[in-house]
Design a binder for this molecule. Structure first.
Ligand code: MGD
Ligand code: MGD
Ligand code: MO
Length: 556
């Protein structure tokens, strides 16, 4: 996030898209409700009538995958009407002319036709966002414009043009000068509790800790020196789906899977299963025997986050300490201990002489200290300093108080660059055979592949088993009533589950969460259209059809 969570309540306009905030980020959604109660405008752009719509002033119900046209049209209107922040554009940005030329091609009329959103709504959203208009009450900010903040999550990123979608929202924020001030910015609501920390530490294929590019010789060599190795790999690696494909091609023979359950969470499970079964060696390190662990040659039991020390970095870049509240069961050990032990055994086997302090740690605080020495954004942090409320990065030195808001006086690269982005349609379109759009995601009471939440009695009581949400009109069309069995088919596979009639989804779109091992959504999703930069699959849009398993088959 460019901004901090507590700023939400003071916002004048909150613009949310592709985030089912009340379900996926309930605590943050309380802040949004608080802002709404204080008179802020809440604008939601989403295909589903999600719970937070109740607190919204404006709900733009887009057809899945067409939101890009709406965002481009919003910018079109802002430029046409002169609602842009000219001073901000002149002083802080570059590339405006190219952006304006492209945006001019995307009319609100076209966006309305594509997305199904009435033109007046698109115009209203543009005006309210640009000026940070309130419904009522006085803004706490004394600036000419009210403050507008954008929030997004997987609805815009799990798409074959996910990177373009994020760039488009960044363009919109810069166009209106809605960045670098409190209660503004472009704010991704990050998913797993410590996914931000995992990325910060270099758990990505293209960067070392602190987002230092693996291809940057100078930075890479500096890190190699600190890590006491001659050299470090300088090539960008393979992302999850690319690695699955590489198994199929025989380029990868072994996999070490730590805290990931690809048999449930990767797209096109049939292909994933085929790939994993063909490996010479599969090692799974998990806290539970997951679906993926069942295919492993070796399973190493890890301790859960409730059983260990360390840090978690949350969505507002705040690094916080965690402490064990339970002893680890049986032979389970901290993930870092297992990995360090494997490294040590490997070195023995390979005849590598080990330096005294190489891969040897007493506690996570030491690993953290090693990380802060190579990652400048964590440079001023230590477990000692993190006590209490933690610190938000960048925090480059020991005196630095941390950074609640990014890009205040200048952007990381100096001037903010407008990225010229054009609209792209989803890779798989509906047709006669597969006339419905399947969108996948989460429900409140379960977490991902369910290894943890589906072991909980109280949670099973709230949500015992899988179901697909279907609009009444689509259910009637195949003669299936609420709570009856239904079969969902895509070009990859089929899933049988219960149908739940829901007015949250519009006709033509159905929703299935990916938590249910008895009705696994990823049997239906596809992996053939990755975003060209992030390489994320298009989990949010597949073409499917619904069948009534009790309907008599008519011959001929
Ligand atoms: N209860 C619970 N909370 C969780 C998780 C969990 O499993 N359970 N997982 C965590 C993780 S790792 C993550 S990444 C986050 C994810 O958080 P979210 O992204 O909020 O979760 P999703 O259910 O994937 O919802 C995506 C939203 O995008 C919308 N959407 C679908 N298609 C489109 C489209 O074409 N355009 C737009 N604009 N929107 C679209 C959906 O209707 C939905 O509202 O949640 C985190 N929080
Ligand atoms: N169709 C569809 N698919 C999706 C998505 C979607 O919206 N739709 N969302 C995607 C997203 S955003 C995400 S983040 C992924 C999530 O996908 P996964 O990360 O594969 O899902 P989890 O169930 O969180 O699996 C994590 C595994 O880690 C284990 N684990 C938990 N704590 C620890 C620990 O401390 N140490 C170790 N070693 N293991 C641990 C759990 O038991 C579990 O087996 O799914 C993706 N897949
Ligand atoms: Mo996620």
């Amino acid at each position: 996030m460019t901004n901090s969570i507590h700023e939400i309540r003071d916002g004048d306009c909150i613009f949310i898209t592709g985030s089912n905030t009340a379900v996926s980020h309930p605590v943050i959604s309380y802040e949004v409700v608080r802002a709404a109660k204080r008179g802020a405008n809440v604008i939601i752009v989403d295909p589903r009538r999600i719970p937070l719509v109740e607190n919204a002033t404006l709900f733009l119900q887009v057809k899945p995958g067409t939101d890009i046209y709406v965002f481009l049209a919003i910018m079109h209107i802002i430029i046409r009407e002169g609602w842009l922040d000219e001073a901000f554009i002149a002083e802080r940005t570059e590339g405006f002319e190219e952006l304006a030329a492209i945006v001019a091609e995307y009319s609100p009329e076209h966006a309305s036709l594509k997305s199904g959103v009435p033109m007046e709504q698109i115009e209203e959203a543009a005006r309210i966002y640009a000026f940070g208009e309130r419904v009522s009450g006085q803004s706490i900010y004394e600036s000419e414009r009210g403050h507008s903040a954008i929030f997004y999550a997987m609805g815009i990123t799990q798409r074959s043009n996910g990177t373009d979608m994020v760039k488009t929202l960044a363009n919109l924020a810069m166009l209106c000068g809605q960045i670098g001030k409190p209660s503004t910015g472009v704010n991704p609501l990050r998913g797993q509790a410590n996914v931000q920390g995992a990325c910060d530490m270099g758990g990505l294929v293209n960067v070392y800790p602190g987002y230092q590019q693996v291809t940057d010789d100078e930075k890479r060599n500096k890190i190699a020196k600190k890590w006491q190795v001659d050299s470090l790999p300088g090539e960008v690696g393979l992302t999850i789906v690319e690695a699955m494909h590489a198994i199929g091609d025989g380029r990868i023979k072994a996999q070490y899977v730590m805290g990931e359950n690809p048999m449930m969470s990767d797209p096109d499970t049939t292909q994933v299963e085929k790939a994993l079964r063909s490996l010479d060696f599969l090692l799974v390190q998990d806290i539970f025997p997951s679906e993926t662990a069942l295919l492993a040659h070796v399973i190493l039991p890890a301790a859960s986050s409730l059983e260990k020390d360390g840090t978690f970095t949350n969505t507002e870049r705040r690094v916080q300490l965690i402490h064990p509240v339970l002893p680890a069961p049986g032979e389970a050990r901290d993930d870092w201990q297992i990995t360090a032990e494997i490294a040590a055994r490997f070195d023995e086997k390979m005849g590598v002489a080990r330096e005294a302090d190489y891969w040897v740690y007493d506690a996570p605080a030491e690993i953290f200290a090693e990380s802060t020495a190579v990652a400048p954004i964590y440079g001023g942090m230590s477990h000692e300093r993190l006590r209490g409320e933690g610190l938000q990065w960048p925090c480059p030195d020991g005196e630095h108080p941390g950074t609640p808001i990014l890009h205040v006086d200048k952007f990381a690269r100096g001037l903010g660059k407008f990225s010229p982005v054009r609209a792209n349609d989803p890779a798989e379109q509906t047709d006669e055979e597969y006339p419905l759009i399947l969108t996948t995601g989460r429900v409140l009471y379960h977490y991902h592949s369910g290894t943890m939440t589906r072991r909980s009695g109280p949670l099973a009581w709230r949500e015992p088993r899988g179901y697909v949400e279907v609009n009444g009109a689509d259910a009637a069309a195949i003669g299936v009533a609420d709570n009856h069995a239904v079969v969902i088919k895509s070009r990859r596979g089929s899933v049988r589950t219960r149908l739940k009639i829901s007015e949250e989804v519009p006709p033509g779109t159905i929703f299935l969460a990916f938590h249910w091992r008895e009705a696994p959504a990823n049997r239906l999703t596809h992996d053939f259209a990755l975003d060209p930069i992030a390489k994320i699959p298009e989990y949010k849009i597949s073409a499917v059809r619904l069948e009534n398993p009790r309907a008599k088959r008519v011959k001929g």
